[in-house]
Unconditional design. Structure first.
Length: 227
């Protein structure tokens, strides 16, 4: 009876495990190529390593303790997902490191999302779920490439026409002198942050000359223009 129980414990051979790790590295690296071409914070190596590491964690969690589980006078029961489950939590810290705030802009959200996805792809490869791993890779590459181009090209037609200006001023900078430089202000909002003041304005007309003029002011940290 003990021998029968031991024989039913799932196991994976070295070559099969190597195949799963290799596939995880290839799929993760494929997604990293697009990030690398766009000079993002995390490129081929980072995505490849995240996917590869996730696959190995999954293999270790599911199959790494086969001899321990089958040793002794009885078969030890354990949750095969106990280690792999921690990947979902741990990858969040790595993704957060890819997000960078530069003035009014926030960069790295897409890169953080791709790291999260390649971790899932690596886990799928480690678990032997090849079909979903391949499909997810294809959809991810589609979202990063053709879908991104289509979004900029087509979705812009449906965005509301607004002359909106967002300006960051140095901390403590009076707003009056800045507003005096603008004509036809329809609406504005002032928000105080830790080290800056953020003005959101809607103007009747905004052009590149005005934006360039405002950007050159000593007390202006950043300008964002939406039209």
């Amino acid at each position: 009876m003990l021998h029968l129980a031991i024989s039913t414990i799932p196991a994976v051979g070295d070559w099969h495990a190597a195949f799963r790790l290799g596939l995880a590295a290839i799929l993760g690296g494929a997604i990293g190529v697009e990030r690398e071409l766009r000079d993002r914070e995390a490129g081929i190596r980072t995505h490849l390593l995240v996917s590869l590491g996730s696959a190995l964690f999954t293999l270790v969690s599911a199959y790494g303790f086969h001899e321990f589980l089958a040793s002794g006078d009885a078969v030890v029961r354990a949750d095969p997902t106990r280690i792999a489950a921690q990947i979902v939590t741990g990858i969040g810290f790595l993704g957060a490191g890819a997000i960078i705030r530069e003035g009014l802009s926030v960069r790295g959200l897409t890169t953080a999302a791709t790291l999260w996805v390649v971790a899932a792809i690596g886990m799928a490869c480690g678990a032997g779920w090849y079909g979903p791993a391949l499909v997810t890779t294809l959809f991810t590459i589609l979202a990063l490439g053709p879908l991104r181009i289509a979004a900029y090209k087509w979705m812009g037609r449906f965005k509301p026409e607004e002359n909106r200006l967002v300006v960051e001023l140095k901390e403590g900078q009076p707003v009056g002198p800045f507003l005096a430089l603008l004509d036809d202000i329809q609406h504005f909002e002032l928000t105080e942050e830790l080290d800056r003041r953020v003005l959101q304005l809607e103007l009747t007309r905004i052009d590149e000359d005005l934006v360039s003029k405002l950007s050159d002011l000593d007390y202006v940290i950043g300008v964002r223009w939406r039209r």
